[in-house]
Design a protein around this ligand. Structure first.
Ligand SMILES: *Cc1c(COP(=O)(O)O)cnc(C)c1O
Length: 255
């Protein structure tokens, strides 16, 4: 079996299904991971636990100490996949040091991606850090040549581009403030986000989605996550955020 949280990244459910394993889906706490309940849900046949921090699509985040305590509490024969796809968007003081924890926990794998703050989603490149025993096992089942040489070259180049990452971080932070503030003023429920998107409750999500689409704005309906009244909107460039907010206001007036 595999353990993951309700409302967590859809790929965990797909990966579990793909292997024919049993999914143990742990109810969320205020839309975020309930780590204590996840620890308690680990069964005798559990081989892997997925934790997204920050999580997609909710944008929720758990502090370092909570993650550390959780990882330390998981039995040594259960792999913890700590997915930190959005770590670079966190305030520097909040960013994870889990990569160092890998030395202490042979069952921990920390995943990062170049698809988000590094802006290379189309190149399909990311990485995981774990002890050799675990990476050796993964190496046996991964697809051959699964990361192209072009993707690797781009990843290496962008790793050194501190200025790009900093701009990405700052633009996102400003965009989150803008969206959070606007939702506040509009009286819309939203989940304060630690990622590069915000989950917002609009009520008639299919209707609002359609209306936004007609205005040229594509957001993500999340009914498939069990959140039928919500939409997830990515932070865009400053002018894109304004186009979205105007279109959202019109959509809500019309509904
Ligand atoms: C985007 C994302 C990833 C990484 O996606 P890739 O583009 O496949 O590298 C991993 N986890 C979460 C939670 C994500 O949102």
């Amino acid at each position: 079996s595999a353990v993951y949280s309700q409302y967590s990244f859809a790929v965990y459910a797909l990966a579990t299904q793909e292997t024919g394993a049993r999914a143990i889906v742990v109810p969320a706490r205020e839309l975020g991971h309930d780590l204590e309940a996840m620890r308690a849900a680990i069964a005798a046949d559990t081989r892997v636990v997925f934790v997204a921090n920050p999580n997609n699509p909710t944008g929720t985040w758990a502090p370092r100490e909570e993650i550390e305590a959780f990882v330390a509490s998981v039995p040594a024969d259960v792999v913890v996949v700590l997915d930190e796809a959005y770590d670079e968007y966190l305030d520097p003081a909040l960013r994870s040091d889990s990569i160092r924890r890998v030395r202490e926990h042979p069952n921990l794998i920390v995943c990062r991606t170049f698809s988000k703050a590094y802006g290379l989603a189309g190149l399909r490149v990311g990485f995981g850090i774990a002890q050799a025993e675990l990476t050796d096992l993964m190496n046996r089942v991964r697809q051959p040549f699964n990361v192209s040489s072009v993707a690797q070259a781009a990843a290496l180049a962008v790793l050194d581009d501190r200025a790009y990452l900093q701009r990405s971080y700052e633009m996102n932070r400003a965009g989150l403030q803008r969206l959070h503030g606007a939702f506040e003023r509009m009286g819309l429920e939203y989940v304060p986000s630690y990622g590069n998107f915000v989950l917002v409750r609009v009520g008639d999500a299919p209707g609002v989605y359609e209306s936004l689409l007609r205005a040229g704005v594509i957001v993500r309906p999340v009914a498939n996550y069990g959140l039928p009244e919500w939409l997830r909107v990515s932070v865009g460039l400053p002018e894109e955020n304004e186009v979205f907010l105007r279109a959202l206001e019109q959509a809500l007036e019309g509904s």
